[in-house]
Design a protein around this ligand. Structure first.
Ligand code: PXP
Length: 237
């Protein structure tokens, strides 16, 4: 069984285009849970481009398992501590990026990261690090006392010949599981490339946003149009 986390940031992106509350994020979380989502993932970015602070507090009671994605900015870590998600996934963040572009850079001084992990754990929050699939990064994550890792699958997802990337993901998943780290994977996963990932036994959970929200539009737009058409022409329906 591979668990599924559904990232609902893209629903908030659409809402923020009008800032009038639609689509409703709490409803989106309920729909994903009704479909079998094992966690709801929200990334509170420093620029608040999609998820807002109030979303985190409003959705917390509706969600059995919250995966709170964040960088290490102290105001955001304070919010994590107030809402106490089951998991916090620490990601790198650049203001100019369209989406998280890669795993954490772990080759330098990790003192701030380590104290952030400790602070979150002291408040009962398990911490996962979003890392590139390299054995060294898995080892560093373990040495920083993280509870888990999320392997960045973006390169795998975009590669025309993904075999090498897949092998690296498999090796890192196996190494991390041997070190008793929880293994997650995410970024760019879709209805095709998920198959090979689902066959890696050590990957306990995947976190997926964009492809599921795109698919929701695909399977829902005909019905939504029909409903509006019926309201316009009630006698014809
Ligand atoms: N995992 C992490 C750590 C991410 O930053 C993202 C993107 O927000 C995802 C998973 C989901 O990626 P996607 O939207 O491409 O499925």
């Amino acid at each position: 069984m591979t668990r599924l986390g559904v990232n609902i940031d893209h629903i908030a992106t659409l809402r923020q285009q009008r800032k009038e509350g639609q689509p409703n994020l709490a409803d989106a979380a309920r729909w994903a849970i009704a479909g079998g989502a094992d966690n709801i993932t929200m990334h509170l970015r420093e620029d608040r481009r999609h998820i807002q602070d109030s979303d985190i507090f409003e959705l917390r009671p509706l969600v059995n398992e919250l995966n709170f994605e964040c960088a290490t900015a102290s105001d955001i870590i304070d919010i994590a501590i107030q809402v106490t998600p089951e998991w916090a996934c620490i990601v790198p963040e650049k203001r100019t990026e369209l989406t998280t572009e890669g795993g954490l850079y772990l080759a330098g001084n990790n003192q701030h990261l380590q104290s952030t992990i400790q602070k979150l754990q002291d408040h009962g929050i398990q911490v996962s690090l979003f890392i590139n699939p390299t054995p060294l990064d898995v080892e560093i994550a373990k040495s920083l006392n993280a509870n888990g890792i999320e392997l960045h699958t973006g390169t795998y997802a975009l590669s025309p010949t993904p075999e090498l990337e897949l092998a690296a993901i498999k090796d890192c998943a196996s190494l991390a599981a041997d070190m008793a780290l929880k293994v997650q994977a995410g970024h760019g996963l879709n209805y095709s490339n998920i198959i090979a990932i689902s066959q890696i036994a050590q990957i306990e959970e995947v976190n997926i946003g964009h492809s599921i929200i795109c698919r929701a539009v695909e399977v829902g737009l005909t019905t939504a149009t029909q409903e509006m058409k019926r309201l316009l022409n009630p006698t014809n329906s």
